[in-house]
Ligand binder design. Structure first.
Ligand SMILES: [Zn+2]
Ligand SMILES: [Zn+2]
Length: 146
């Protein structure tokens, strides 16, 4: 699997409790879609709240999906101003260097006390987990096709 930015091999690694494919050159990360049970996937159905635009500003990029070489679409997740690129064929997300750390810092600041700092990583993992579900992907995709 090659980095969409620099073409070097991505290495499987663990960051903030999450398994990612990591580029040692540009420090970017590829998050693959997770396989969720149908029931779990349904829990992540945002329903009406989805219409309040969870993501903004989608635009095509020249980067290619490491799995299918399709052009990635860049979008902004409303919470935490998280910017990501996504494969329209639902293979996964590309995250730039330290973008995950930046969001974690925001989550930690939001929560304040020491005990809750420990929870930020779980919250990040849960956010990513949800975004990698099939239902999130298909909604994202619908949005791109408009
Ligand atoms: Zn790279
Ligand atoms: Zn793909």
């Amino acid at each position: 699997m090659k980095c969409p930015k620099c073409g070097v091999d991505l290495l499987p690694t663990e960051r903030h409790k999450l398994k990612v494919n990591y580029c040692q050159s540009c420090k970017g990360m590829w998050f693959e879609q997770v396989e969720l049970g149908e029931l779990e996937d349904e829990v992540f159905d945002f329903g009406d709240r989805w219409k309040g635009s969870l993501f903004l500003n989608s635009s095509p990029t020249t980067d290619q999906c490491p799995e299918c070489a399709e052009r990635l679409q860049r979008f902004q997740y409303r919470f935490y101003d998280l910017e990501m690129e996504v494969c329209p064929n639902q293979h996964g997300y590309w995250l730039e260097a330290d973008e995950d750390t930046r969001v974690l810092e925001l989550m930690k600041r939001e929560e304040g006390d020491l005990q809750r700092k420990l929870l930020a990583e779980d919250k990040w993992a849960a956010t990513l987990h949800r975004m990698r579900s099939g239902s999130f992907f298909s909604r994202l995709r619908d949005r791109f096709q408009r």
